[in-house]
Ligand binder design. Sequence first.
Ligand code: COA
Length: 283
Amino acid sequence: MDVLRTAVSALAFYDADEKNNDHDANVRKAIRLTSQIAMIVAAYDRIRKDKPLVEADRSLSHSGNFLLQLTGSKPSATAERALDIALILHADHELNASTFAARVTAATLSDMHSAITSAIGALKGPLHGGANEAVFRILETIDREKADPVEYVRNLLAQKKKVPGFGHRVYHTEDPRATHLRVMSRDLGRSSGQPQWYEMSEKIEQFVKAEKKLNANVDFYSASTYHLLGIDEDLFTPVFAVSRISGWAAHVIEQLDDNRLIRPRAEYLGPTYPNHYVAIGKR
Ligand code: COA
């Protein structure tokens, strides 16, 4: 996410529409950023692993190209479709923290690249985009230590820790995105001969639901799904950005097309003068 934040900010200097903030220029920037963000994430992973960069293949879809440029091989139709669905499911979600950050930045009449950089900074935090990475680290630990998934999570709750991948500020019933990702995780696990990730996840989900009345959110089953697509866990949040760029950009364009500054008020609840104020000469 640090690489993406800096790279997207720097891309502004190379953008043909850098100084142009009108609707058509912003649509062009949005299309370019959608492609560039996917390519940056894939290229970063190749470079850090000392692997050669892979040229895009114009015959493939956006998700197919991302997997090709990340893994170096043409994805199966199932993998391409699975990532495509995951990208669609993560594309937009009204005023979540990163989209709100993008809109607040755009509303000062700043530019697309600044707004998307703000969004990436907000997405980076573990209460927003980082949760699926935390989910996979738990699944991996349970697998490595041959632990009981229910006992592992029971222990987390006993320590008053939050279980990543559960709960949502808006959804108090099942997150509809989790419904699709659960099926993808199960099917990809079966077809790749790695059913253990789904099986563990299912046990944890049933336990947390019974114990805390919390539903799995979008991050819970995207963790095992992304792992089964060959994506390293520290790229899960960047892959969220690969998808969410479409939603962010659409919100920025909508904001700039009909702008009003976003400026919430704060309500001061602390003690008031004269109760606690001591004039400077009397201190
Ligand atoms: N595991 C355990 N307990 C949880 C929990 C979780 N994942 N999510 C919420 N709770 C509990 C809280 O401890 C709190 O209990 P309390 O009232 O006894 O203190 C109660 O549920 C309300 O939690 P709160 O943090 O106020 O809910 P919220 O609406 O502000 O937060 C999230 C929503 C998403 C920030 C929160 O559920 C969370 O941190 N989830 C884990 C991270 C995650 O998956 N994020 C991705 C979201 S898509």
